[in-house]
Design a protein around this ligand. Structure first.
Ligand code: HEM
Length: 408
């Protein structure tokens, strides 16, 4: 067993630069045991990919471990005694496997087609134009609060038929719930995650009543139809709607912020994008690779499994360091260089295998529209002060990003 001395995601310098730590982990042979979470960390691209695509490595330990052990782990992770969180958040498509996962995923997959997402391009463009109209020549803004945070929640809310005035509230709720998946599981954070889960479920029950009375082309109406057809239960409806509203909310805000920061840190790449906007799609994919906004997930071994040249017993928990895999030199030339034309770019920011992100088209479309429009409107974008990044293992993004925008 290797020791943990090299891996301390709570340390302030981890938030400042996790990539130096990830590089050290990748250089160590095999996987790294992380006692804090009793799991083996995979940091190399090939190891992470082999775990996410292995059908013997589900998301959840249910059915693998005896119930008293499941109970012990739930307490150890401080996920117990929070009934609403357990019912609507700890259970979801993302946190299920096998037939239940397949059934729920099918319902969302058939709705979230690239064609359906692209059909909302004009709505997203109009929203971004409206926000950018607020910024005068020479304006100093916080890119995170004043621009990034205004878009993803409104777009997902729009898709689900949430009234526009309610969309800002959803961001706070998503944050309250998502934060509890990180390593800081204090009593205060726990109470917040539980209270917000109850509030969110109540809100969605109300939205459902409204949509049932006047169904539309929105996803809520379509999920109601799926429930009526017997394809999901009431609780599954609520957890699925909640997942869609939360899954890509904070993460899109984070990657917008770190993507903007990357363009500022590699000015020749920003210039390249200005000169050839046809590069926007590869540029956005490179932002996901370079600063993976959800850098950490986990899996369990449902049987004895092999990773690299080592065997692990049934029940082993694995940590997937997507952020580390995305900087692996064995997969990406000049992995620490930000290259907006990178092709191929087999990054793992959207995961892989059975749980591959269903919202990736939407997140990418939001970003393509925001960066294309911002660069077209402002010829000069300058950093006012260097950003600090959020602490933690599960999220990655700047807390704020102060910029000066000039037209000339
Ligand atoms: C910055 C944007 C996003 C990132 C980085 C991201 C990343 C991910 C990742 C890594 C997973 C797989 C988790 C695992 O490996 O266990 C995932 C799953 C998922 N994502 Fe995203 N996501 C983003 C945006 C979105 C958006 C906008 C939506 C929907 C509106 C969405 C919906 C989902 C859903 C429903 C799943 C679960 C799929 C399943 O369990 O089968 N995501 N996402």
């Amino acid at each position: 067993m290797t020791d943990d001395t090299d891996f301390n995601p709570r340390a302030p310098d981890f938030a400042a630069d996790p990539y130096a730590v990830y590089a050290r982990l990748r250089q160590k042979p095999g996987l790294h045991y992380f006692a804090d979470l009793d799991m083996w960390l995979a940091s190399r691209h090939a190891d992470v990919l082999s775990i996410v695509t292995n059908p013997k490595m589900p998301r959840m330990p249910g059915g693998i471990l005896p119930s008293d052990e499941l109970d012990r782990r739930q307490r150890q992770d401080n996920f117990h005694d929070m009934p609403n969180h357990q019912r609507f958040v700890q259970f979801s498509m993302l946190n299920s496997d096998g037939d239940v996962h397949d059934r729920l995923r099918r319902q969302v997959f058939r709705l979230f087609t690239p064609l359906y997402i692209t059909s909302h391009r004009a709505v997203i463009q109009a929203l971004v134009d409206r926000i950018l109209d607020r910024f005068a020549d020479g304006a100093e803004i916080d890119f995170v609060e004043d621009l990034a945070a205004e878009v993803p929640g409104h777009v997902i809310g729009h898709l689900l038929g949430v009234p526009e005035a309610d969309c800002p509230m959803l961001r706070g709720w998503s944050e309250n719930i998502v934060q509890y998946f990180d390593i800081d599981r204090s009593a205060e954070r726990k109470a917040l995650a539980e209270a917000t889960s109850a509030q969110f479920a109540d809100y969605l029950r109300g939205l459902k009543r409204q949509r049932r009375e006047s169904p539309g082309d929105d996803l809520t109406s379509k999920l109601i139809a799926a429930q009526d057809a017997g394809d999901m239960s009431e609780d599954e409806f609520l957890s699925t709607a909640m997942l869609i509203l939360m899954a890509g909310h904070g993460s899109t805000i984070d990657v917008l912020g770190s993507g903007m920061h990357a363009l500022l840190s590699f000015p020749e790449q920003m210039q390249r994008l200005r000169e050839d906007q046809g590069l926007i799609q590869t540029a956005v994919q490179e932002m996901f690779r370079f600063e993976c906004p959800l850098p950490f997930f986990d899996r369990y071994a449902s049987d004895e499994v092999t990773v690299g040249d080592r065997r692990f017993p049934k029940g082993t928990r694995f940590g997937l360091l997507y952020g580390a895999a995305n900087r692996d030199l064995a997969q990406f030339d000049l992995a620490d260089h930000f290259d907006i034309g990178r092709k191929p770019n087999r990054h793992l920011a959207f995961g892989g295998g059975a749980h591959f992100c269903l919202g990736n088209h939407l997140a990418r479309l939001d970003m393509e529209i925001i960066f294309t429009t911002l660069l077209a409107r402002f010829n000069r974008i300058e950093l006012v002060e260097p950003p600090t990044y959020k602490p933690g293992l599960s999220v990655r993004g700047p807390k704020a990003l102060r910029l000066k925008l000039s037209r000339g």
